[in-house]
Design a binder for this molecule. Structure first.
Ligand SMILES: CC(C)(COP(=O)(O)OP(=O)(O)OC[C@H]1O[C@@H](n2cnc3c(N)ncnc32)[C@H](O)[C@@H]1OP(=O)(O)O)[C@@H](O)C(=O)NCCC(=O)NCCS
Length: 247
């Protein structure tokens, strides 16, 4: 493992790891990801969906292990769903570790965010066609004010996707996911620095940090953390974590 992967996670840091779905070899995925999660991934019919899910689980464990000194396969991840109790909800580490995590995968990107600042949500979306704009989806996901700004943009599809990833990152940080309609959250326009402007939750908007990420061409991504502290984001490539699981 490269030294930078084991750099201590600073108090004000949000570390984001990026992988491609095929970046880790199959034998490494199977050595690190527990059988229950392999079975969960096996439910996906498409091979690429299975790979994204397995790679997310591998990346999460390996990124945490780089910080804690454990073997990646020994990292404990609880995924209890708040609704039904099954292991398909937001991932959490034991409280004693003191690190919040989030996972997202789409297209050719798998992302894991880690921070000590507070609860975190990450979202990446894939845009096969740069100019595509689904107006009906935008009507459902945006407030009237946001929609009117996006409608006047030179590239409404791209601006809409920026707003979408900001909103989904926020909803993943709170753990609600899409249980709260995105249209009830108001974020800054795509051309402005990312910020939460209003939402229907008790958490004040100044207690939330948002950042735009750099997932590469044809992808959009954002990360949200529930904290009033300043936040510095570091993005790293999973290549730095590609070492075999020790015997
Ligand atoms: C969270 C949610 C928005 C993710 O949607 P998505 O765009 O398909 O997927 P992403 O790739 O961005 O994120 C998926 C990851 O989010 C994480 N996740 C799942 N539920 C989550 C939640 N409530 N909050 C935060 N993260 C969650 C998981 O790590 C998952 O990846 P994995 O299963 O491979 O580990 C969506 O699953 C959701 O709204 N969940 C809540 C509603 C729900 O499913 N309830 C279950 C009732 S039984």
């Amino acid at each position: 493992m490269a030294d930078v992967a084991a750099d201590p996670l600073l108090d004000g840091e949000c570390r984001v790891w990026w992988a491609r779905p095929d970046q880790a070899p199959d034998d490494l995925l199977l050595a690190v990801v527990p059988e229950a999660e392999q079975r969960r991934a096996a439910r996906y019919r498409q091979r690429l969906d299975r790979l994204r899910s397995l790679t997310g689980a591998w990346l999460l464990r390996t990124a945490v292990a780089a910080l804690t000194g454990e073997r990646p396969s020994d990292v404990l991840v609880d995924r209890t769903c708040a609704d039904c109790g099954q292991q398909h909800g937001r991932p959490r580490l034991p409280a004693a570790v003191g690190i919040e995590v989030s996972v997202s995968h789409a297209g050719e990107r798998v992302a894991v965010a880690l921070t000590r600042l507070g609860e975190v949500g990450i979202d990446v979306e894939f845009a096969p066609l740069a100019n595509h704009f689904d107006h009906e989806l935008a009507e459902n996901a945006l407030s009237p004010q946001e929609l009117s700004i996006v409608d006047r943009s030179d590239n409404p599809g791209m601006d809409f996707r920026q707003l979408w990833v900001r909103k989904e990152a926020l909803l993943k940080a709170t753990g609600h996911g899409l249980r709260i309609p995105m249209s009830r959250i108001e974020v800054s326009p795509a051309t402005d620095p990312p910020a939460l402007l209003a939402w229907p939750l008790d958490i004040p908007v100044d207690q939330v940090r948002l950042a735009t990420l750099d997932p590469g061409p044809r992808h959009h991504a954002a990360v949200a953390v529930l904290t009033g502290q300043p936040m510095v984001v570091h993005e790293l490539d999973a290549e730095l974590l590609l070492w075999p699981e020790p015997d």
